[in-house]
Write a new protein. Structure first.
Length: 361
């Protein structure tokens, strides 16, 4: 991803993501992402050897009429014809968007990202699509599953997304017998089990073959069921969040009416609350000026201490806060992603009805 992304382009991506849940297919080059995508769609969309062209992010959504659009860094959206299309010419665009009729797209969009072999490239990809997806299906090839470079790249994914994500161990048909497959799966679960919601084996090649019961024996049935479950949870989360936001707006309106009609004697108490909330906002705003790991972790420690002093916090409450504020970064190049992660998590946390921002001190 090159060039500065305009506010208009960001707005287009926000509109796309607001329409329904979405999940991203991610992984290193030659991890079987395109084959898995074609399997999920039930039709070929991207050439399975297109990785050599370094496609940009591909956004895929449902529509009865097939359509292809390209999005530029400046926010310009242009429709293209697929007739005679050379995929190798699309790398310069910010993103391309396919609209097509596929059953899996009815409830969720799929965002296919370029192959990632450099953890620093992962930072760019996460910054582009991170705010717009509900979970990730990370593809790792069974014959070299869950390499160190994948572990490093996965650390750039926000923890709240990791907890909802799936690790798809692809190309298990190339490993050997069932015993070998189980050995690979055991290692992946041992090394990556805490970083994913579920880990599942899949052979896209077998799933699309004419063999009897191939959809089940290939692992496709289990994987699509897991994806459907993650989508259902995302739909529920979005609905609950919308309800919370609606309740928050209503609570603010009621609180403002109460302040206006309440006796003046209570005004100082309300003023104190506003000062406390403003203090938290100022602490968060200082994240923009952080330039080193030490400064960043000092900021996180300050936030933990601020919330942790809430005398009304239960042990479970405090544990949740510490989990939300747990971040792991390798070097200064990851600071932007880590800060974005914390901002999102603090925002989600602060919108909960049980979070008492008026206890900040």
């Amino acid at each position: 991803m090159t060039g500065k992304i305009s506010d208009k382009a960001k707005a287009v991506l926000s509109v796309w993501s607001s329409q329904k849940p979405g999940f991203s297919l991610m992984g290193e080059y030659s991890a079987g992402k395109s084959s898995l995508l074609n399997m999920l769609l039930g039709q070929p969309l991207l050439p399975t050897k297109v990785t050599a062209t370094h496609l940009p992010t591909v956004w895929i959504t449902y529509g009865e009429t097939r359509k292809l659009e390209v999005l530029e860094n400046n926010g310009k959206l242009t429709e293209l014809s697929e007739d005679g299309l050379d995929f190798g010419t699309l790398h310069a665009h910010l993103a391309i968007r396919f609209t097509l009729p596929a059953e899996i797209l009815r409830d969720a969009d799929i965002v296919d990202t370029p192959g990632i072999s450099d953890p620093n490239l992962a930072v760019d990809i996460v910054q582009l699509i991170g705010p717009h997806v509900d979970f990730v299906v990370w593809c790792t090839a069974a014959n070299q599953a869950w390499r160190q470079t994948e572990k490093a790249a996965w650390k750039n994914i926000p923890s709240y997304v990791q907890r909802q994500s799936l690790l798809a161990v692809t190309r298990v048909d190339q490993v050997g017998n069932d015993k070998d497959v189980q050995r690979v799966m055991s290692r992946c679960k041992r090394e990556a089990g805490k970083s994913f919601h579920s880990i599942l084996p899949i052979s896209a090649k077998l799933a699309r073959s004419d063999a009897d019961d191939s959809w089940t024996t290939s692992g496709a049935a289990d994987l699509t069921a897991a994806i459907s479950s993650r989508v259902a949870d995302a739909i529920q989360f979005r609905a609950e969040r919308a309800e919370r936001e609606g309740d928050l707006v209503q609570e603010v309106a009621v609180e403002n009416d109460r302040i206006e009609t309440e006796a003046p004697v209570d005004a100082p108490k309300q003023a104190d609350v506003k000062v406390q909330v403003q203090e938290l906002a100022e602490v968060l705003s200082r994240a923009a000026n952080v330039t080193t790991n030490d400064q960043f972790f000092a900021l996180i420690d300050h936030l933990k201490d601020t919330f942790g002093r809430d005398e009304h916090s239960s042990e479970s409450h405090a544990g949740t806060i510490n989990n939300l504020l747990s971040v792991s970064i390798l070097n200064d190049t990851n600071l932007s992603t880590a800060i974005t992660q914390v901002r999102h998590e603090i925002k989600d946390f602060s919108e909960g009805s049980w979070c008492r921002l008026d206890r900040v001190s």
